[in-house]
Ligand binder design. Structure first.
Ligand code: EPU
Length: 344
């Protein structure tokens, strides 16, 4: 059996897609369920903890005093298949995009619009990842998580996860108490429900001269993402930094009078979702910088690290953007990324 080792004073730069260089006092990578159970019962587990997967949805603003636990459990398989549907099971440390590609290779539909989203499978339910009209919850079946207080595994049904827009039980009541270890999805074997509500997908299929299918939609989505969104391997970033804010309809109507071209989507319950990227661009924030932290040229909702930006600088840039949007639109932007060590 391989020796289990807790490392000390480890740089977290390779473990976060912003590429921020802070260090962890203690660091342990769990490759197996056995590793996980070992660390959960270790005395260092009583320290403050930071659980990381692909590191694609967090901003580290200072050195982490405590234990950083990286979840690298892998393996994915088909649980069962009937005429129309297949239940797949995937461990938390699998890379999300590779998992999506694997489902497509198996002829399974439902995740094609979520192609190329950075990060690992275990983080996907925490913020209910979504793109191009589809959210993870649409194909989610249930998940298994380790309760860090009791050391027991628990099952969460879709209802218990309480998914919302970039939101779940694990960002609220369950925050800090669970390590997601395995996720189950129900995918289609045939009669796939192709979602092309997001206009750019149809345009891209026309350009590629391809008929709609789970494969061509995945290809189109990859192309759209590559045009708009920076590859974290090349330019540090964490996807959308802010959520698209939802405002009451009367607030929206006042804004619409002042800014007739404002981009919005109906959000039910007499409310409207506003495109934060549009607002950020409108206030001129595409030119804002703070050290090496900047706003992405093709998508203002994405903050980027041009080299050596510190987490604090990225956070300061975010605050500057938030203030400018508030001053112009009276709307408060809320971060989508998890800011670790934030004082604001
Ligand atoms: N827009 C601008 N300027 C910008 C960016 C956007 O004017 O700099 C306008 C666009 O022209 C468009 C509207 O704002 O009219 C919306 O832009 P886009 O379609 O790019 O989507 P988004 O609302 O900015 C959301 C998700 C993305 C997801 C896309 C596509 C959130 C927080 N973000 O962005 O998710 O890929 O829709 O579905 O909901 C992520 O979560 O990390 C992420 C990238």
């Amino acid at each position: 059996m391989e020796e289990k080792k807790i490392l000390e004073n480890v740089s977290l730069k390779p473990y976060n897609t912003f590429g921020v260089d802070v260090s962890a006092q203690y660091f342990f990578e769990a490759h197996t369920v056995d590793d996980l159970l070992w660390i959960v019962h270790h005395s260092l587990f009583d320290l403050p903890k930071l659980i990381i997967g692909g590191g694609s949805n967090m901003l580290l603003t200072e050195d982490f005093e405590g234990l950083v636990l990286k979840i690298s459990l892998t393996v994915k398989w088909i649980e069962k298949s009937d005429g129309d549907h297949t239940l797949v099971s995937v461990m938390a440390g699998e890379n999300w995009h590779e998992f999506v590609q694997w489902t497509l290779k198996n002829g399974l539909g439902g995740l094609e619009n979520l192609s190329l989203i950075p990060g690992n499978v275990g983080s996907a339910p925490i913020q209910n990842i979504g793109a191009y009209g589809v959210e993870m919850k649409d194909t989610f079946h249930h998940l298994e998580a380790l309760n860090t207080n009791t050391g027991e595994f628990e099952i969460f049904t879709k209802k218990e996860c309480n998914f919302g827009y970039r939101d779940s039980y694990f960002k609220r009541k369950g925050k800090g108490s669970y390590i997601i270890t395995r996720v189950f999805f129900t995918l289609t074997n045939k009669n796939h429900k192709l979602d092309m509500r997001y206009g750019a997908i149809e345009e891209e299929l026309k350009r590629l001269d391809l008929e709609p299918s789970i494969y061509s939609i995945s290809e189109a989505v990859c192309n759209i993402r590559m045009k708009k969104l920076p590859d974290p391997k090349i330019l540090g970033n964490s996807g959308s930094f802010f959520k698209n804010p939802v405002v009451p309809i009367d607030h929206f109507e006042k804004l619409k009078d002042k800014f007739p071209e404002i981009v919005s989507y109906p959000a039910g319950n007499d409310s409207v979702k506003l495109a934060a990227g549009w607002m950020i661009e409108k206030v001129g924030a595409k030119s804002f910088t703070c050290g090496d932290a900047a706003v992405h040229v093709n998508q203002a909702l994405v903050l980027v690290n041009h080299g050596n930006a510190s987490g604090k600088e990225i956070e300061q840039l975010a605050m500057k953007i938030k203030q400018a949007v508030f001053d112009t639109f009276g709307v408060t932007l809320r971060p989508e990324v998890n800011i670790i060590g934030s004082t604001v």
